[in-house]
Design a protein around this ligand. Structure first.
Ligand SMILES: C[S@@+](CC[C@H](N)C(=O)[O-])C[C@H]1O[C@@H](n2cnc3c(N)ncnc32)[C@H](O)[C@@H]1O
Length: 320
């Protein structure tokens, strides 16, 4: 039945799990509550927030095969009363994320071409047009669908800076030289030769090998294949290669990366492997199980957080 989103009815204090060294945490529950918990003492502490919310598809997503929890295979429900309800839910998360971001930080929202234009307007309003940084197109290949239209083979990731006046985190990445460039110039670095007016007249090869071309905003990365080792069986799982580019480029070791829509835990797994701190959140039981297993397998076992005071509901204390 259409509703105003899985979150609205369940904004209770999240259950907290954390790695023994405290470098990573998973908050189980509605992410509004999770973000509020982070805001209690973490305002301005986040370098990168990645959000991969349900895309407003009108569908219920199921886990595949062995992942069914207690015989229930629903992973998450993506039915909304209308587009406005979906956007409002996203807005309330983004408002909190703006508060959580460090001045050098940025937020990336992953959506598709059916909603990206609404989300861009929303983010212009919340973060300011001047803080818009990139529209990244993730282009993938998949089995063609029957349609008298162009195949839909891309998602959109919108990146906004917290404050474009501040030097943001930025670790430049490179992609391979084009085959035509390699054929003509080889793989050595090219240097522009300019005339007296500063106009480029030709280029010449230097001794150093080229690092490649500075990374563009169209990324050709395969979807998680059915036989891929990273595949968990959780629906909408994003490839680690995608998160690897974002986290490597937009944060440093030790920085805090958050993902309020954990799903199978891709962001957490990649952040852990890259030496970042992470906090991820999800309201679903299936997600909790998948994330714990996935992180456990790479040495980031999530334990019930012993820091009781963090997960306590302050309202209960007042009432006691
Ligand atoms: C598209 S999936 C994320 C997939 C993830 N990026 C991955 O690679 O596996 C969206 C996730 O958001 C979760 N979710 C939706 N609404 C939520 C809410 N209000 N609070 C917490 N989690 C929520 C769903 O349970 C689902 O796991």
């Amino acid at each position: 039945m259409p509703h105003d989103g899985p979150s609205v009815a369940r904004a209770t204090v999240p259950r907290r799990f954390a790695t023994a060294d405290g470098r990573g945490a998973f908050l189980e529950g509605d992410n509004v509550a999770g973000l509020d918990e982070l805001l209690r003492d973490g305002s301005g502490s986040v370098t990168l927030a990645y959000l991969d919310p349900p895309f407003d598809t009108g569908r219920v997503f199921e886990t595949q095969g062995r992942l069914a929890v207690d015989g229930v295979s629903v992973a998450y429900d993506d039915r909304w009363s209308d587009r406005a309800a979906w956007l409002e839910a996203l807005a309330s998360r983004l408002t909190r994320i703006r508060e959580l971001l460090a001045p050098h930080g940025s937020v990336v929202v992953h959506v598709d071409s059916r909603t990206s234009h609404y989300v861009k307007v929303l983010m212009d309003e919340l973060f300011g047009e001047e803080n818009f940084a990139s529209e990244i197109i993730w282009r993938y290949r998949r089995w063609p669908s029957k349609t008298r239209n162009y195949q839909r083979v891309h998602d959109v990731m919108l990146r906004y800076r917290k404050d474009a006046r501040v030097e943001g985190r930025w670790n430049p990445l490179y992609e391979d030289l084009a085959p035509s460039t390699k054929a003509t110039w080889g793989t050595r670095k090219q240097k522009a030769v300019v005339d007296a007016t500063g106009k480029r007249v030709r280029s010449m090869s230097e001794d150093q090998e080229s690092k490649g071309v500075p990374m563009g905003d169209v990324w050709d990365i395969g979807v998680v294949a059915p036989v891929a080792r990273e595949r968990t069986g959780y629906p909408s799982q994003k490839p680690e290669a995608l998160l690897n580019r974002l986290i490597t480029g937009l944060s440093n070791e030790g920085d805090l990366v958050i993902d309020p829509y954990a799903g199978s835990g891709t962001t957490a797994a990649v952040a852990w492997k890259l030496g970042r701190r992470f906090v991820t959140m999800d309201s679903g039981e299936a997600s909790r199980e998948v994330v714990r297993a996935r992180l456990g397998a790479i040495g980031a076992e999530l334990l019930d957080d012993p820091r009781e005071e963090i997960s306590k509901d302050p309202r209960k204390e007042v009432a006691a």
